[in-house]
Ligand binder design. Structure first.
Ligand SMILES: [Fe+2]
Length: 209
């Protein structure tokens, strides 16, 4: 596991090869079925298991914490739900769910985690997934600015932010319609209940992240 910013930079910059000998356990992702109703299929395949293993191997904060896999699972669910309705880019949205908090150094204020996350996402392109220039740019923009309180006119980017904000109930915040798309506003009450009900449950196990 990286021990410093420098190590993180070394491990995330310019390495367009999959790490060898990744030995993270319990990172298998199952395809959606009746047992895994939260996981909606995306139309494009990528090396999800490899990517999740790589993220987990370098993850610095609690896997079970407020910015860990439980949160990602709910962001994924919200993002795919809203993104489908908005005809947005579902692969970018899915990758956002897994990557946007991947470079946090703490669960508290961490101003640059979005920027680090965007750099990390770019370093993984062509390793675990293949995004064209406009798509990786959209993913990186969504990640870099996801905690900046902005709204965006691009459906894919706004859907990423919608999905993250809809899970604010886990820290006792009711999502504000002011920062959400119209499609997302419809889900506030349900998402809030889900965040509160599931804050001590391991949603990620349902998704087998
Ligand atoms: Fe988040």
């Amino acid at each position: 596991m990286p021990q410093s910013d420098l190590d993180v930079q070394r491990s995330t910059r310019g390495t367009k090869q999959k790490p060898s000998g990744s030995s993270v356990e319990n990172t298998k992702i199952q395809e959606p079925n009746d047992k895994h109703p939260l996981l909606t299929p995306t139309r494009e395949q990528y090396d999800k298991q490899g990517m999740i293993a790589a993220i987990r191997e370098q993850f610095r904060i609690s896997w079970h914490g407020i910015h860990g896999a439980n949160h990602w699972a709910r962001v994924l669910h919200h993002g795919i739900t809203i993104g489908t309705e908005r005809s947005a880019d579902l692969l970018v949205i899915e990758l956002f769910a897994f990557l946007h908090d991947s470079q946090r150094h703490s669960d508290g204020g961490d101003y640059y985690h979005g920027r680090r996350g965007a750099e990390y996402a770019r370093s993984l392109n062509t390793v675990y997934f293949e995004l064209s220039a406009p798509r990786i740019d959209a993913l990186c923009e969504a990640i870099e600015h996801h905690s900046g309180g902005k709204v965006h006119d691009q459906a894919t980017i706004q859907t990423c932010w919608d999905a993250d904000r809809l899970d604010l109930g886990r820290v006792s915040i009711t999502p504000s319609p002011k920062f959400l798309s119209q499609e997302a506003v419809k889900h506030i009450d349900q998402a809030y209940r889900w965040s509160r009900d599931h804050r001590n449950r391991a949603d990620y196990r349902e998704l087998e992240l």
